[in-house]
Write a protein that binds this ligand. Structure first.
Ligand code: NAD
Length: 299
């Protein structure tokens, strides 16, 4: 039987509608709306496209949105001063610095300058520590792992006691999602294994996963025979494997594939995310959710 396809676009729309509703309530009750500043340095086309989507979503939700487009040669000191300006601005609840930054700027120095209570990307060491502690300590979950957890929970997949295997140990996906799912709470309580490039038998670990989360960045890494029948497969990988002409716009667009052989895997798994249209749409949505949460914490 074919797996249930976990529709990240639909779930994302559902969450955005909930956020919109809460923004309206905040405006009516407290005359306040979530404020987000997006800071972009230079004109890297991929960064510009990401930032544009974030700005569009924030505007659609009725957020107070401020754009800072800095020249590529802005000094590190000036960029730090800009971050500090928004740390002090009471109308701003979330600060997003689009990465990567130019070589003459230390990414970490800038990210660590953001007030942890406005760090809606969840990359500041204070928020990484809070995530590790869990419970009431948690302030902002990083957006892609938060999106993965939301997809699993909203699909009704049982996490408590489940064998979760995470492929990949990056700071933005693998490590945080592993930490989040082993926490003692109703949206977690899983038994988590993290596998990586030095793991001896990747296939054996994947095969026993009730929930397999793959974030390696290697197209087709996970073979269908590694998938436990009936399991939930979350494919985070986004790999450009070629180009095609869009039937809609006539423009050249990238052909994207995940880390899992989707067509074969969907005949074995119980549920699976497609690429594109699975985890991808959730990331910006969770950024908006974090910004809303930050605003509510101020109220
Ligand atoms: P990364 O390169 O920082 O980390 C990849 C991890 O996978 C590493 O820890 C590495 O040990 C592991 N790995 C790589 N090859 C492996 C192999 N052959 N066997 C076992 N482990 C292997 O990447 P990342 O930033 O975590 O991103 C992973 C993928 O997820 C990428 O394709 C990226 O584009 C995608 N991604 C998608 C979103 C989104 O959809 N919103 C967000 C972030 C990342």
């Amino acid at each position: 039987m074919s797996a249930k396809i976990i529709d990240g676009v639909a779930i994302s729309q559902e969450i955005l509608a909930e956020i919109r509703e809460e923004v309206d309530q905040l405006r009516k009750a407290h005359d306040i709306v979530p404020g987000l500043v997006t800071i972009l340095v230079g004109d890297n086309p991929a960064s510009l496209s990401y930032v544009t989507r974030k700005i569009r979503t924030a505007n659609e939700l009725g957020f107070h949105e401020v754009q800072e487009n800095c020249p590529p040669d802005i000094s590190e000191a000036d960029l730090l001063a800009l971050v500090e300006k928004y740390n002090r601005d009471p109308a701003i609840h979330g600060i997003l610095v689009q990465l990567p930054l130019p070589d003459h700027i230390d990414d970490n120095k800038v990210l660590y300058a953001i007030d942890p209570d406005k760090d809606v990307d969840g990359f500041h060491p204070v928020n990484v520590g809070r995530l590790m502690i869990g419970g009431d300590a948690v302030r902002f979950l990083p957006c892609t792992p938060a999106g993965i957890q939301e997809l699993i929970v909203r699909t009704g997949i049982e996490l408590s006691g489940a064998e979760v295997v995470v492929v990949g140990r990056s700071n933005i996906v693998g490590k945080p999602i592993a930490n989040m799912l082993l926490q003692k709470n109703a949206r977690a309580n899983a038994t988590v294994t993290v596998v990586h490039t030095r793991t001896r038998d990747l296939a054996a670990h994947c095969k026993r996963a009730d929930i397999l989360i793959v974030a390696a960045g290697v197209a087709g890494l996970v073979k269908p025979e590694w998938i436990k029948p009936g399991s939930c497969v979350i494919d985070v990988g986004v790999n450009r494997v070629g180009e095609k002409i869009s039937a809609k716009t006539g423009k050249t667009i990238a052909i994207l594939r995940g880390d899992v052989d989707f067509d074969a895997a969907k005949e074995i798994a119980g549920s699976i995310t497609p690429v594109p249209g699975g985890v991808g749409p959730m990331t910006i949505t969770m950024l908006m959710k974090n910004t809303l949460a930050s605003c509510k914490a101020r109220v």
